[in-house]
Design a protein around this ligand. Structure first.
Ligand code: 9Z3
Length: 320
């Protein structure tokens, strides 16, 4: 999320309404998220909204080209699993086709290579067999997925463009506002800082015959500000800070926390994000690091991030 600067929340909300197209399904999704949050909070569960994957910023209205933010969605998808293990209900606001809880474990596998047929000769119907060695731990993973599905603990919501993301984030915040401190926002999506307002966007494909392309993009309004102050003032809010220069990481994370006064910033560097993060709160910076051995054994840093934040959320709720 674009998070530096000091625009008033009113300005951010105003430009969201004026310059970003509202996705058609937003009202229906808001209703589903509100029903989900109330049902689970009523049953004594905490609810986390996870954002995951990168936003897409179109350069043309009839889009051929766009600017994308890097994120595989693995952080969000694996964190969703650990929050579910911790007893949370999860709204998973993710980029269309980015990694998804549980299926992410098989993302590198061609499903057809894990299947075989038996029978089916002479017009008989063939049976499909699963080669379990090609899908490691598939029985356990499938059982966990089915249990989550049967209990209705995971609500997936998709976005593609920056406009979709911003409007759906606002809708989610409004939907979760009734459950107060039981709601956590875990904003792991990689969100563009720049965009072209709808009014300045060319309708048709930009022509290369016009020569080299020069683009001027506006700064995306700082949505963390209205989220913390207006949309979900009682919630436990975590933003992520991504840098490529480790030397500025902690200072930038602390600056974000000082500016928005939310509960924590998870700071990470692109190249080392699988093995190191720092969880920065107002009183503390806790570094989480996996050893080489842990990485080899398949330990995931999201398990540590989620455990740290679940404990902090517990304390936050007790104080709320
Ligand atoms: C992150 O920093 C996430 O940890 C990653 C996860 C996107 C690096 P993957 O999806 O990667 O597992 O491949 N997300 C936040 C990125 C972001 O846009 N942060 C803004 C910034 O750094 C602030 S909210 O300015």
């Amino acid at each position: 999320m674009a998070d530096s600067g000091s625009e008033a929340s009113g300005t951010a909300e105003g430009s969201l309404a004026e310059e970003f197209a509202v996705p058609p399904q937003v009202e229906e999704v808001r209703g589903r998220m509100a029903e989900f949050a109330e049902r689970h909070a009523g049953a004594g569960r905490r609810v986390v909204l996870i954002t995951s994957g990168g936003t897409k910023v179109p350069l043309e209205s009839r889009t051929v080209r766009f600017l994308d933010n890097f994120s595989s969605g693995r952080r969000g998808a694996s964190s969703a699993e650990y929050f579910l293990d911790a007893g949370y209900a999860v709204i998973f606001l993710h980029r269309h086709r980015s990694l998804y809880p549980y299926t992410r474990l098989y993302a590198g596998i061609n499903l057809l290579d894990a299947l075989a047929t038996e029978g089916g000769a002479e017009g008989g119907s063939a049976r499909v067999l699963v080669d379990q060695t090609a899908l490691p731990n598939i029985t356990t993973v499938l059982q966990r997925y089915q249990a989550v599905k049967a209990a209705g603990l995971l609500l997936p919501v998709e976005f593609s463009t920056l406009s979709d993301y911003l409007h759906l984030l606002k809708a989610a915040a409004q939907a979760l506002s009734s459950i107060g401190s039981k709601a956590m926002f875990y904003l792991a999506a990689a969100v563009s800082d720049f965009y072209i307002p709808a009014s300045e966007m060319p309708e048709h494909k930009i022509q290369s015959s016009n020569g080299p392309l020069q683009i001027s993009m506006k700064m995306v309004p700082k949505m963390l500000s209205p989220l913390v102050c207006d949309w979900a003032p009682g919630a436990f809010i975590i933003s992520f800070k991504l840098e490529t220069d480790a030397g500025i990481l902690l200072a930038r994370a602390r600056r974000a926390l000082d500016t928005y006064r939310h509960q924590a910033v998870v700071a990470n560097v692109l190249d080392s994000r699988r093995g190191y993060v720092a969880v920065v709160t107002s009183g503390d910076t806790r570094e989480l690091r996996l050893s080489e051995e842990e990485v080899q054994c398949g330990v995931e840093i999201e398990q540590r991030i989620v455990a740290t934040l679940v404990a902090a959320h517990h304390t936050f709720m007790a104080q709320a």
